[in-house]
Design a protein around this ligand. Structure first.
Ligand code: CO
Length: 259
């Protein structure tokens, strides 16, 4: 590996040439202006890159990432990104996307308190401590972490929904939809967790986040949701024994209701 990282710069040339070959106008369009319709708030984890998992080109998604996709309401970085995305780019969708197996979330479930990171993770740590008995009652460590990863996403969607930036957008009638998603590194698939929020009324109608430890929301893939919608007309019994809609090569694990 060269000291000047020439292998990466070479790869960039190959990428740019390929892009232009497929679409000669691509960079000219990019240079004019960006017009993304989505703001992605995700984890810094190197395996969860917004454009890749969404199959989107440059210019299509505005991105903010930090460890464990936490929304600190005093974080100038995320507030500036949010303000620019909502007020100037006028994105219609904000996606908070966490992922299973998040190292940041995992640390918040431990007693480690020695790093700057532990200040960052404090909202999660406090939530865990408050509901420790319920979390610790989940015997399987993996399952406990999964639950916290899911709850973290909803917590952050709610925090976004409580910012003056989002409240002001809603009060002036701007279309702005908030989504909570979770990504599974093991199969590359996104699942919808909710909540879906498009107004102050919807936000205020949510049950307390403290309720969610007992009553978690069920992650659902778009494919499964479509299958459920398609079969809804035939009644719930039609869903029984319905084959998993995912191609088998998409997952190495057994089909579950999670698919
Ligand atoms: Co992570």
């Amino acid at each position: 590996m060269s000291r000047t990282l020439d292998h990466l710069l070479d790869q960039n040339v190959i990428w740019a040439v390929g892009k232009r070959r497929d679409d000669p106008e691509f960079f000219r369009r990019m240079a004019e202006q960006q017009r993304p319709n989505y703001l992605w708030i995700g984890c810094s984890d190197s395996r969860v890159t917004a454009n890749d998992v969404l199959g989107l080109d440059p210019g299509e998604v505005f991105v903010h990432r930090n460890i464990a996709n936490i929304v600190h309401t005093s974080d100038l970085n995320i507030l500036s990104v949010l303000e620019f995305a909502v007020d100037y780019l006028q994105v219609e969708h904000i996606i908070v996307c966490g992922h299973y197996g998040c190292g940041g979330v995992a640390r918040s479930l431990t007693a480690d308190r020695g790093a700057m990171l532990d200040h960052w993770l404090q909202p999660l740590t406090m939530y865990y401590r408050k509901h420790r008995a319920l979390f610790d009652a989940i015997a399987d460590e993996q399952e406990r972490l999964d639950r916290m990863c899911e709850l973290n996403i909803e917590m952050q969607v709610r925090r976004i929904a409580a910012t003056p930036i989002v409240e002001n957008a809603w009060s002036r009638g701007q279309t702005l939809n908030l989504h909570g998603w979770i990504y599974a590194i093991r199969d590359g698939l996104l699942r919808d967790l909710g909540p879906h929020l498009s107004s102050v009324e919807e936000r205020d109608a949510l049950p307390s986040i403290d309720e969610r430890v007992r009553n978690p929301t069920e992650p659902i893939s778009a494919m499964r949701r479509q299958a459920i919608d398609a079969f809804a007309a035939f009644g719930p019994e039609a869903m029984e024994g319905l084959a998993c809609p995912l191609p088998t090569e998409m997952h190495g694990h057994a089909c579950t209701e999670e698919c």
